[in-house]
Design a protein around this ligand. Sequence first.
Ligand code: MG
Length: 275
Amino acid sequence: MTANRRHKRRVRAAAARTGESYTAAKRRLLQHEELLMRTYNMKPAGVTDIGNVRESNEDHLLTEGDLFVVADGMGGGVNGEEASRLAVQVLRDGFAADPTGPGLARAVQDANAAVLDMAAQHEPKTFGTTIAAAGLIDEDGEARLGVVNVGDSRVYLLRDGELRQLSHDHSVVADMVRAGQITETEAEQHPERHRLTQAIGVSSDVDPYQTVVEPLDGDRLLLCSDGLFNEVPHRELQHTLIEIKDPDVAVGNLVARANELGGNDNITAVVVDVT
Ligand code: MG
């Protein structure tokens, strides 16, 4: 498909989504592109790896334009792979049509509906996936970083030498940490640490976590599946992201380190530099 036809299809999808006219949708998307060009340049690097133990890689990642996504499929083999692939694709299409905060949240709901639909056509219905995304959104004419997640894949921000988590884990141990029942360190070793309280494609009732931050020149984002942060301690993630300036090298080192420390799960990492 030519770039022109792709653009027209995107405008039509955007208009269908918001109910506005073709011309209005075209103008809105053009304004969004101009806004982003004026403001930020995002330089991403991503790696997904099967790890040392699993028989298939059920993780998926996307780095496209100003949208970055990691999804960690569940259900074993093909089901998990299909769930994470479909969720990423539906999220991407929804966000392309409406690159705003509400648009991002709605794209997650659409991804949930799509994976549920797919699961309904299969037996056994063991489909599911996490999703974590960060994208440049238009908030009243200002470019902001919209972050959304369901499950325990994460989005971190490295700023002023400190790596902090922007996403919010939907897991049993994260709830226990928030309730003050266990510490972060105890959570890292807890036997229940893989149990999620929410995932995409499990229930029609999904409540994504969402936050918005103002990006600053020099920010670095890390998106990853649990195969990274369950192996590599937080301090080491932070240290590598500070020390290794090239995003391709940084992301490669992180994934290699997770394998060195066990590689007990699929490992996916995306590093994005904001300039
Ligand atoms: Mg995983």
